[in-house]
Design a protein around this ligand. Structure first.
Ligand code: GAR
Length: 200
């Protein structure tokens, strides 16, 4: 039996509510995994504060700290090795992940997106912009998607997806809140599915 706990790095840029949901779900469901690192392009944000309060190592890293993108990517890979990271979960990470990292984590990096991909994904489609576009398009339902990360933005294979209704008086903000609630259950379920796939 494989008794090694899968070591997770979560990449975040903001409030980190998905990070928190993952952290609690791993504990409550006794998943054979642990979050060992929180990486962010912001020195302080909700996710980084939560990590610090819960004894999880943090790394603040941005392109600006390096004189080339390659050096930035190498430093990121170095951090993953240092913390012996097995899988990476992007949870509201608002930067493009360097291709070198994607190549180093084949089938081992997931992202959560607040819409039903392949609709409403790609460049510029993040956070509230997604929900504004969904409402402007007159959709009757939306949702959230967890997918594998490849070199193309929001284009990797879908692992798990769940729909969320759109109500007649929704604003981008009310819709965002309903989708976020769905994400908090979806991401842990997708993680569980990935762990099962990896261990079978
Ligand atoms: C989430 O809704 C996530 O799906 C979205 O940002 C929010 C982060 O919230 N991600 C993207 O739009 C990526 N394209 P959180 O920091 O509270 O988890």
């Amino acid at each position: 039996m494989n008794t090694h706990k899968t070591r997770i790095a979560v990449f975040c840029s903001g409030s980190g509510s998905n990070f928190k949901a993952l952290f609690h779900a791993i504990r409550n469901k006794h998943l054979p995994t642990e979050i060992v690192l929180c990486l962010s392009n912001r020195a302080q944000c909700g996710a980084m504060e939560f990590a610090q309060q819960n004894g999880i190592a943090t790394v603040h890293i941005t392109e600006k700290q390096f004189d080339s993108f390659d050096k930035f990517a190498s430093a990121m890979i170095g951090r993953m090795k240092e913390h012996q990271v097995d899988i990476i979960l992007l949870a509201g990470y608002m930067r493009k992940v360097p291709d070198a990292i994607v190549a180093a984590f084949p089938e081992r990096m997931l992202n959560i997106h607040p819409a039903l991909l392949p609709k409403f994904g790609g460049d510029g489609m993040y956070g509230i912009h997604v929900h504004t576009a969904v409402l402007e398009a007159g959709e009757t339902e939306t949702g959230a998607t967890v997918h594998f990360v490849n070199e193309e933005y929001d284009k990797g294979a879908i692992l798990l997806q769940r729909t969320v209704p759109i109500l007649p008086d929704d604003t981008p903000e009310t819709l965002a809140a309903r989708v976020l609630e769905c994400e908090h259950a979806l991401y842990p379920d997708a993680l569980e599915k990935l762990l099962t796939l990896q261990r079978s």
